[in-house]
Design a protein around this ligand. Structure first.
Ligand SMILES: Nc1ncnc2c1ncn2[C@@H]1O[C@H](COP(=O)(O)OP(=O)(O)OP(=O)(O)O)[C@@H](O)[C@H]1O
Length: 286
């Protein structure tokens, strides 16, 4: 595997002098090509600031960001971002097809190729046939699918997602999580997702980076050893999932990585033992 993203000694301070506020403090990590990594951290810890620095939207005060070896200074052409607020990121006066094509206009891509890519991206997200509609004619979940299609149409080397499913209902959220995993598998995409949802970070990812309270620094970098094929019900019930979820939760509440791993493993054993005793009891009764 090759390194797609390298963040090295990254810090960002807003303002200066007495009003200076450090949001991100000396962060270093890499994301390998084809990996899906999540960043989870307490509210206000600096997750969006980190993502904006990675996207080249905010220059770091210190440190560097490199995408496939090239230092980021400004938004790279081969990077796309999906934001939480789809209603503000789609243009209401453009059709769905034109919204998806929009970022391709600034590249030397022919009209025919733009149309083809937009149609393919819409098909990938399960929205073939809605290209002629306007965003306001679609449900919230469908609008977020359009945002994802728009990001995919530019075939990004790195896809950044900032709380991408926080504004949709629980069922749609599950569908969009599965869509993201399918896209990653089918396209070999490299994806970095910021979320405040612990379960989502574990379900989605190959790796979870846990951040500290503000200013954000990395508390733990946890590999997710769940099978590649995941299912919203059985995966979330599995002992591995329960253990990891507990570990991330404890880290977010200030536990050390070792304590968190031990406590989470105990909790998973208890949960499984209770489940087994429930099953035995119901079998005895029947
Ligand atoms: N433009 C700005 N100017 C000054 N301070 C800012 C600015 N943007 C963010 N901050 C501050 O930096 C800190 C980190 O903000 P950021 O939005 O990165 O956190 P977050 O983890 O994404 O928050 P949340 O979980 O609530 O979305 C916060 O204290 C915030 O108030």
């Amino acid at each position: 595997m090759s390194t797609m993203l390298e963040v090295s000694g990254l810090s960002h301070t807003y303002g200066s002098g007495a009003k200076a506020h450090t949001a991100v403090n000396n962060l270093s990590f890499t994301v390998e090509a084809g990996q899906l990594a999540s960043i989870v951290g307490p509210s206000g810890c600096g997750k969006s600031t980190l993502l904006r620095c990675v996207a080249g939207l905010t220059p770091p005060t210190e440190g560097t960001v490199s995408l496939h070896g090239d230092r980021v200074s400004g938004v790279p052409d081969d990077l796309a971002v999906v934001f939480q607020d789809y209603s503000r990121s789609l243009f209401p006066w453009l059709s769905v097809q034109k919204n998806v094509e929009f970022p391709l206009r600034w590249r030397s891509i022919s009209k025919a190729e733009r149309r083809k890519r937009a149609a393919e991206a819409l098909e990938q997200v399960g929205l073939s046939g809605v290209g002629g509609k306007y965003p306001w004619q679609l449900s919230g979940g469908m609008q977020q699918r359009v945002s994802i299609a728009r990001a995919l149409a530019s075939r990004p080397a790195l896809l950044l997602m900032d709380e991408p499913f926080a504004s949709v209902d629980a069922q749609t959220r599950f569908e969009l999580e599965d869509l993201t995993r399918r896209v990653q598998r089918e396209q070999g995409s490299t994806i970095l997702v910021v979320t405040h949802d612990i379960d989502e970070s574990v379900y989605l990812s190959d790796r979870v980076l846990v951040l500290s309270k503000s200013p954000a620094s990395i508390v733990a970098d946890l590999p997710v050893g769940l099978p590649a094929e995941r299912d919203q019900i059985t995966t979330r019930e599995s002992a591995e999932f329960v253990t990891l979820r507990g570990e991330v939760a404890r880290l977010l509440h200030g536990g050390s990585p070792v304590e968190a791993a031990e406590a989470a493993s105990d909790a998973a054993e208890w949960e499984l033992a209770e489940h087994a005793s429930d099953v035995t009891e119901s079998r005895t009764r029947s």
